[in-house]
Write a protein that binds this ligand. Structure first.
Ligand code: HEM
Ligand code: SF4
Ligand code: SF4
Length: 369
């Protein structure tokens, strides 16, 4: 591993969880039975001893597939009590809380899902208020007759950019802590492949993970996650294309069915809604003690909020031209607003940290080659 590690940042997370992860990783390093499951074990086997930064990197590489737990001969009732998915999930959660500022918000949202729900309601009420208050001064037709375009931009531009800046600072702290180097195209390409196909949830041979069916394998979580992730990306692309059409081609929303924003947004919304509903359902089936159990509520709130952005977007489209449109517009924009405002402090951070961990893993492999 790289010599330039900023231990003080990681030190903030030193507590029972990181020490427990150290203990278990040392056992795995001696055992080496699970080598083929995911990227974590080859990373463990490359080293003899581990700093807190190394444990942090391993935690963000772990996809919580749970394969190693069900394969392990040292799990409970063995006295070693190895439960690597849980140990790494707890370090991971603490990592995200440690690196995001202000830390109180990160801790609050990750530990109390109800905060997220409350913010959603506040976001919604603000939208409803704005929608009714500014109703008569809308600067256009369609959605903009309810909420003017300039008001929408002045709310959503900062609500999108500020959380991205906070996330960027958090990621930079993580990157420094794990000794990250300059990122090359080959590092990015190596990391994008496991993101695109989520191979670390495949059990190593494509048989799937053990998330909700315990000893039995299933690819449900992997496929549902891909539906959710690609759905989200399509929705995002749809919004970007709508913005470009508005500013470059003077073509404001709402758009017809055969337009770029709709052709991206409708499949995106469907994938996002189905993916999130499925992930939420799997979550109710899975054993919470193989993850960071105290975060279950906050994670569920995040999945439901994300699903709500997709579902309300679809409903809004279905309600175009009806009297329900203003209400659904407020509900949709309220959920989107809450999603973006809370982004640095919810489970959404996993996308950034996991991607960074996969890039760092590609770098370490190259350094050791
Ligand atoms: C770098 C890209 C990404 C990677 C590597 C990744 C990986 C993962 C993994 C391994 C899980 C399951 C383990 C866990 O719960 O921690 C997960 C859960 C999830 N991801 Fe992603 N993800 C990525 C991007 C995204 C994006 C862009 C979205 C959508 C906005 C998304 C939405 C979700 C949701 C909703 C869950 C379920 C959370 C839960 O069950 O608690 N992910 N992701
Ligand atoms: S999880 Fe258990 S079986 Fe797998 S490497 Fe670690 S100690 Fe060995
Ligand atoms: S839970 Fe899955 S991804 Fe995490 S270390 Fe075990 S086998 Fe690897």
């Amino acid at each position: 591993m790289c010599a330039e590690k900023t231990e003080p940042t990681i030190k903030d997370t030193i507590n029972g969880a990181i020490e427990e992860a150290h203990r278990q990783v040392q056992i795995c390093n001696a055992c080496r039975y699970c080598e083929g499951y995911c990227a974590v074990f080859p990373a463990i086997n490359r080293q003899r001893s581990f700093s807190n930064s190394d444990i942090s990197q391993l935690a963000n590489l772990c996809h919580n597939c749970r394969g190693c737990y069900y394969a392990c001969q040292y799990s409970e009732p063995h006295e070693f009590n190895v439960n690597l998915p849980r140990a790494l999930a707890e370090v991971r959660a603490q990592n995200w809380q440690t690196f995001m500022r202000p830390r109180a918000l990160a801790t609050g949202f990750q530990q109390h899902g109800v905060l997220l729900a409350l913010l959603f309601i506040v976001g919604l009420m603000l939208m409803l208020f704005a929608a009714s208050y500014f109703r008569n001064i809308g600067d256009g037709s369609g959605f903009y007759a309810v909420l003017s375009h300039s008001l929408m931009v002045s709310i959503f531009a900062p609500a999108f950019i500020l959380p991205l800046i906070v996330t960027g600072f958090g990621l930079r702290a993580y990157w420094r802590a794990v000794g990250g180097q300059r990122i090359s195209v080959s590092h990015l390409a190596s990391a994008l492949k496991p993101v695109a196909n989520l191979e670390n949830l495949s059990g190593g041979q494509g048989q799937g993970c053990n998330f909700e069916r315990e000893e039995r394998y299933t690819n449900s979580r992997r496929w549902l996650h891909q539906a959710c992730m690609y759905g989200f990306l399509l929705c995002f692309a749809s919004t970007v294309s709508g913005t470009l059409m508005h500013y470059l081609f003077a073509s404001p929303a709402p758009y017809p069915l055969l337009s770029v924003p709709k052709l991206l947004g409708i499949p995106g919304g469907l994938l996002l809604t189905v993916g999130c509903a499925g992930l939420a359902w799997l979550k109710t089936k899975a054993d919470a003690s193989l993850g960071a159990a105290s975060l279950w509520g906050a994670e569920m709130a995040f999945v439901l909020l994300l699903g709500a952005t997709g579902a309300t977007g679809l409903l809004l489209y279905a309600a175009t031209g009806t009297g329900l449109m203003p209400l659904l517009l407020a509900v949709h924009l309220g959920s989107v607003l809450t999603f973006f405002l809370t982004m640095p402090y919810t489970k959404m951070t996993h996308a950034f940290f996991r991607f960074a961990a996969l890039i760092r893993d590609a770098q370490i492999k190259q350094e050791n080659a």
